[in-house]
Design a protein around this ligand. Structure first.
Ligand code: UGA
Length: 427
């Protein structure tokens, strides 16, 4: 089948590459010339494990274009994979979605392609797009919602082996066509109405962030009562009704999805006259969680003015170069505001763009040179493997705040470090 993909970001490239892998002909369209040029040259503009191999292997079935006409020509599916970042008010900004809809040709030569919404959108967007298409005389163009559930770093695997594929349609034959497009992908397919499909996406992310903020609050209570959240989470997660996932306490969630989608659902509820109290608290807990690290440093170092601090790991999570809403950005800002000198290192992400005023080092050891404290911000495996004995010799003061509970407190203390985790006994 022939698929046009609008948007060559994480979601669009993974969607396009995976559909090509399934044997479909894919045209990916973006408005950024530089990005399209790179893709045509075989360069991948983002870091996503497995994506470059997949794009390379399916080159014959993948084309990249700036031209809408070329993208939609003979396409049976028009996949919308553009960004929906938050507006100033916290609502989802749908301007890129509307631009794609507005740019669609007025005439499809009697063909009836399906607009498929992969971008995360508020409930009601499908109905609004349907109405806009009808108003433009495009009644023949069909509409289906097909939200994405891939996580960065494992996106290719998640796409090919999903827990579920959700297909929301106004008419079942349109959903049938999108279901056929997914032949070859494992996992259950759930069919539903468009509004419910839109809500599944928002509810899933809201539930995941609720689990994270929940375990972070349990961690905070562990700290004042002497329990250890790592042991608590392991035991809680073994209850088959609860499960082990997303119970890792830390310095809060970040990324391009959780912060924006949780806020967008909160605002969607509010715009519809409902105050989503639980989600509001989840968001607030996350904001405070990032800042608590500063108090941990102050507890040991007193005022931070003139102190040198290293941020180890800058991306919002390992296996990605994505810095969007990364906790490192908040930490760097708070530390700078306290008068500290900040150094940073990440194996992949380029902190220079997002962390003005931070000295970006070429290695973790270089970042640790002469510091009064190190904060483990992102749980890159490289940091578990780091020679911490050597690291200690580079530091002016051996204090480590392990923001992801990744390191062994006993081992570090034996090396002469003061160790602070999240929700672990301080000794
Ligand atoms: C997330 C969801 O996991 C995907 O299912 C969803 O499709 C995607 O958003 C999206 O909406 O597009 P992603 O943002 O790539 O995927 O990353 P996650 O692995 O979910 O991590 C998000 C954040 O939560 C990270 O900052 C991570 O460090 C944090 N986290 C995760 C925790 O603090 N504790 C945990 O136990 C798990």
């Amino acid at each position: 089948m022939r698929v046009a993909v609008f948007g060559a970001g994480y979601v669009g490239l993974v969607t396009g590459a995976c559909f090509a892998e399934l044997g479909h002909e894919v045209v990916v369209r973006d408005i950024l010339e530089e990005k399209i040029d790179k893709l045509r040259r075989g360069e991948v503009p983002i870091y996503e494990p497995g994506l470059d191999e997949l794009l390379e292997r399916n080159r014959a079935r993948l084309t990249f274009t700036l031209d809408v006409g070329e993208a939609v020509r003979d396409a049976e599916f028009l996949y919308i994979c553009v960004g929906t970042p938050p507006t100033y008010s916290g609502d989802a900004d749908l301007s890129a979605v509307w631009t794609v809809i507005d740019e669609l040709p007025r005439d499809f030569d009697g063909k009836r392609p399906i607009v498929v919404m992969k971008s995360t959108v508020p409930v009601g967007t499908g109905a609004a797009v349907r109405a806009a298409l009808d108003a433009r005389g495009l009644e023949g163009v069909r509409y289906v919602g097909n939200p994405e559930f891939t996580a960065e770093g494992t996106a290719v695997h998640d796409f090919m082996h999903p827990d579920r594929t959700v297909i929301g349609s106004f008419r079942s034959e349109d959903g049938d066509a999108v279901e056929r497009l997914h032949e070859g992908i494992d996992g259950p397919i759930l069919r539903m109405d468009v509004a419910s499909a839109e809500m599944v996406k928002l509810a899933s992310n809201a539930f995941l962030v609720t689990r994270i903020s929940f375990i972070n609050e349990i961690a905070n209570v562990c700290e004042v009562t002497g329990a250890d959240v790592v042991q608590v989470a392991e035991a809680v997660g073994l209850d088959h009704r609860l499960g082990p996932h997303f119970l890792r306490a830390g310095i809060g969630y970040g990324g391009s999805c959780f912060p924006k989608d949780s806020l967008a659902l909160k605002q969607l509820a509010a715009n519809s006259g409902y105050h989503f109290q639980l989600l509001s608290a989840v968001i607030e807990v996350n904001e405070l969680q990032k800042r608590r690290v500063i108090n941990k440093l102050q507890k040991h170092l007193g005022p931070l003015r003139g102190k040198r601090v290293a941020l180890l790991g800058l991306a919002f999570k390992p296996n990605t170069d994505d810095m969007r809403e990364a906790p490192s950005i908040v930490l760097a800002g708070r530390l700078t505001a306290e008068g500290a000198e900040v150094r940073g290192w990440d194996p992949v992400a380029d902190g220079r763009v997002h962390l003005g005023g931070v000295h970006i080092a070429d290695s973790a050891l270089e970042a640790l040179e002469g510091v009064d404290a190190a904060i483990l911000v992102t749980e890159w495996p490289e940091l578990r493997e780091l020679d911490w004995a050597e690291a200690g010799t580079r530091m002016r003061n051996r204090l480590i705040v392990d923001g992801r509970n990744m390191l062994d407190p006993g081992e570090l203390r034996a090396l002469g470090f003061e160790y602070e985790g999240i929700g672990r006994a301080t000794e």
